[in-house]
Ligand binder design. Sequence first.
Ligand code: URA
Length: 458
Amino acid sequence: MLAKDNAPLHTVDLIRKKRDGGALNAREIEFLVAGAASESIPLEQLSAWLMAAWLNGLTLDETRALTLAMRDSGEKFSSSGLGKKAVDKHSTGGVGDKTSFLVAPVVAACGVAVPMISGRALGHTGGTLDKLEAIPGYRTALTLKEFEAVLDLCGASIVSQTPALVPADRVLYALRDRTGTVENPGLICASILSKKLAAGLDALVLDVKTGSGAFLRKREDAEYLAALMVTTAEAAGTRTVALLTDMGQPLGRTAGNWIEVVECVELMRGDWPERSEDLRELSLRLAGWMIHLGGKADTPEKGYWAATGALADGSALRVFLEMVKAQGGEVAVFDDLKGFHKPGATRVLEAWQKGFVAEWDVTDLGWAVQRLGAGREKAGEPVDPHAGIEFHVKRGERVEKGQPLATLYATAPDLLAEPVELIKKATVIAEYPPEAVPLVSHIFARENAEAYLRDAIR
Ligand code: URA
C-alpha cells in the first residue's frame, strides 16, 4: 500500500486513466494541480486531461480533491486581520453579468468586507477583470499585502488570480477558455471555489445561472451545479448559499467592457432606467444575502433593504470610487462617462419585423460581444475596452419594424458583420409575448443541497 502511495506519477498515465473512464485519487489530482500551478506540466498535457475530464465527468471525490488542491496551489488570504466578517459572491457566468461592481461596494458600505478574486472573459461570457481594466490605470494583479491594504481602506477589493494567488486556476482557467472545456460542473465548481476558498471568507453567495446564456443551460444541470458547489464549500468550512437565477436574457442593458462599468456607475448615481431593473434587483438580492451572512442583518430581506439604502444614499458609489483609486484607476474618467467611450466602429441594428421579443439565444449574443473585440481569441491578448452591445429592448417588449434593437460597438468596421448575423440568428420576434421568467427561481443552502445531491446521485 505504502509502496503504491509513493509510486512515481506520470502525467501521461493520469491522462490515459481519465480518458478510459477512471477516477483519479487525491494524490494524482494534487500532482496535476501542482504541475499546472508551477507550469511544469506542458499545456498540451493539461489540455488533454481537461478534455478527458470534460468528456467523462469528474466524480464527487475528484471534484472535491480538485477544489482543495487548486485552493492550496498558492498563498492564501486571511481575513482575520480585517476586524469584520468577509463575505463574497461569485457567478457561474453570464452575458451582461456585472453585479460584482454593484454588490461589492454596496456590501462594503454596509460594514461587511468583500475580498473578491475574479476572472477574465471565459467562453461566451465577459470577465469582471477585463471590464474593470477598461478603467485606465486599474490594477487587478495585487500582492496579498496590497489586497489587504485596499480592503482595510475601502472594505472591498476586486483582484485577479496571480502566480502567487490560486496560480492553478490562473493557468487552467485560461486553458479551458481556449480548449472548449468550460461547461463541466466539476471543473466549474473547482475553478470558482478554489478562488473563493483561498480568500479566507466567512461566507459565500453563489449566483448560479440557468437558461440560454448559462454554461449549463438546462435547469436540472444548473441545480446540480448549485448543490455541488454549496456542499463542496460547506465541507471545506465556508457557509454558502446559491441563488438559481435567470440567464435567458442579458442582465441589464449592456454587455461589453467599459459600457458595463458605465451602467453600474449610473445606477450608483441614482439613474435607474427600466431596462437596468433586473440588474439592480439581482444585485440587491445577492447583496442582501451577503449582508445577512456577514452578520449585519437578521434576515436576507433586511439585508436587501440595507443594500437598497447604500445604493440610494451614495455610500456605495463612494466605496466604488475609493476602491478604483486605491487600485490605481483614474476616477476622472467617471466625470464624462460618454466622452470616454471611443469605439472604432458603431452600428445600430433595427428590428426586421414587428412583434414581441420572445426569445434570445444568449450564448450567441455573448459570442457576438466577444467577436466585436470585447473578448480574446488567444490567451494573454488585450481586449478592446470600448467594444460591446447596448440593448434597446428587453425580453417581452413589443417592437415595430425598423425600431432599434441594439447598438454594436466594435474595434474596427470589419468586425461588425459576424456579430450582426449572430444577433439576428439569436433573436426570435414573435406574434405573442413570452411567459414571464422569475429572476431568482430557487435558493440552495446546506440542507437542501445535500438532499438534492443524494437524490441526484442515487
Ligand atoms: N467562473 C469561474 O471562475 N470559473 C468557471 O469555470 C466559470 C465561471
